[in-house]
Design a protein around this ligand. Structure first.
Ligand code: PFF
Ligand code: NA
Length: 454
């Protein structure tokens, strides 16, 4: 069979794929969300469940997404359809791709708001607004930002524009070059921050909080959050990795690449936790403070260290870049589909998509001010979008992808695409995909329902 080519282009090498996918994975989920949900869910036991979810559910499903994408070399909606048809099944599997596109829009709308906070902090650090700030003042500053829709709209708009600009230009060149330098730089800065937090008196308390296992802290609710976050942090269940996989060179190992990506993502999350919690404990703050955690703890640390405003500026800059390379992958599946389906140029596709997600973002940002009274199922818009996507849509999308790749496409197709030489490793993947991950997702869903209804 002649090898298929994507009309959107291809990554220059396997390493570029790994970097791009790591760029998608490593984002606000690691530095902002992981620490605050760990704080809300009691620490160590939650972290352990999360690590199991990454290994047993996340890695096998990520491999499935890449293999489907690379097999079809099209946007997730069309890839699901084509691969299903190749295996003599209904083209309606494209619905999984559609749900992913919807999830991507929904995630983007609150992601962009948080990225907007990051941009505001970059600017603030740049002009020295946070110099020698203490915990109370940092909290007050963050709250006054949330209360100010105008400022929020400005930064949200800037972020939407940044993302659409890259997608409009085609992900390949712009993104390839960006991630090559930015991801390593982010790593180095995180390590610098780790060095700082290791010197605070809160380090051992922070370490214990992250790694001390106390099962009494666990609830089914916390397990669901851990599972959902495994999907969110690895960009799984909505087609982002499938889209990136469709640009992957043929002769490169999917398994090895995926393990590398998952490892880097996990490392960044754990280091972020080891940076943030010691600062929390050293300053008598509350680890369960919620979404504001990073935005009140880090300025305190930067306020105290020599040269802190410069480090703070660079650090938030890198968080912003991490958010940027992730957000691109939230919209790429939809953009690629528009190009494939209607033959649109990327520019009009991005303008249309940009307007859509910009408007959704306004609703998310209003949760903190002009729409604070508006709730859906008891959530404000921001929390609803976060909950629905991470805890419902992504695990559900992942469940369908696992069932599809495990039970519907032929074993031969999977073997072909993965090209794993060790039968043992292939079988380990296959069992994890066919049994472990669907059963885990199903059980966690069901027990959560039971817990909520009782
Ligand atoms: N993985 C990203 C993060 O951890 O910040 C968020 C994300 C990006 C989720 C892309 C889903 C996605 F498709
Ligand atoms: Na992540």
């Amino acid at each position: 069979m002649q090898e298929k080519k994507s009309i959107h282009g291809a990554w220059a090498s396997r390493w570029i794929f790994i970097l791009a996918a790591t760029g998608s994975a490593v984002g606000l989920g690691n530095i902002w969300k992981f620490p605050y949900i760990t704080g809300e869910n009691g620490g160590g036991a939650f972290v352990l469940v999360y690590l199991f979810c990454i290994l047993l559910v996340g890695v096998p499903i990520m491999m499935a997404e890449v293999l489907i994408g690379r097999r079809a070399r099209q946007s997730p909606i069309n890839a699901m359809k084509e691969v299903a048809i190749e295996a003599n099944h209904s083209g309606n599997w494209s619905l999984v791709g559609w749900m992913g596109v919807l999830a991507g829009f929904m995630i983007f709308s609150f992601y962009s708001v948080v990225a907007g906070w990051v941009l505001y902090y970059i600017a603030g650090m740049g002009v020295g607004d946070f110099a020698s700030i203490d915990g109370d003042a940092a909290g007050a500053k963050f709250n006054s930002l949330l209360a100010d829709p105008q400022t929020l709209v400005i930064w949200h708009t800037v972020f939407v524009a940044m993302v659409m600009l890259v997608i409009a230009g085609g992900v390949k060149k712009g993104l390839e070059n960006a991630v090559k330098f930015l991801m390593p730089a982010l790593f180095v800065l995180l390590l610098v921050m780790l060095g700082y937090s290791m010197q605070t008196e809160g380090f051992s308390a922070g370490w214990n909080f992250l790694f001390h296992f106390d099962p009494s802290e666990l609830s089914w609710d916390a397990v669901l959050v851990a599972l959902g976050h495994a999907f969110f942090t690895l960009s799984l269940g909505m087609g982002a990795i499938m889209a990136y996989g469709s640009y992957m060179p043929k002769k490169s190992s999917i398994g090895g690449s995926v393990v590398t990506i998952a490892l880097m993502d996990t490392l960044v999350a754990l280091i972020a936790g080891l940076v943030i919690f010691p600062i929390v404990f050293a300053n008598g703050m509350d680890p369960g403070a919620g979404p504001g955690l990073m935005f009140v703890t880090l300025p305190v640390a930067f306020g105290q260290m020599p040269g802190g405003q410069i480090f703070g500026f660079v650090f938030f800059l890198l968080v912003g870049i991490a958010a940027w390379t992730s957000a691109i992958s939230l919209i790429e599946p939809a953009a690629a589909w528009l190009v494939e389906k209607f033959g649109w140029h990327r520019v009009p596709a991005c303008i249309a998509l940009g307007l859509l997600v910009w408007s959704l973002g306004i609703a998310a940002l209003g949760s903190f001010n002009f729409m604070s009274d508006f709730t859906i199922f008891g959530f404000n818009t921001f929390d609803f979008l976060d909950f629905m996507t991470a805890n419902v849509m992504l695990p559900l999308g992942g469940l369908f992808i696992a069932i599809f790749a495990g039970w519907f496409i032929t074993r031969k197709m999977a073997e072909d695409e993965l090209a794993i030489s060790s039968p043992l490793l292939f079988n380990a993947w296959y069992i994890a995909l066919r049994f472990v991950s669907p059963v885990a997702v199903a059980i966690i869903f069901i027990l959560n329902l039971v817990e909520k209804l009782s």
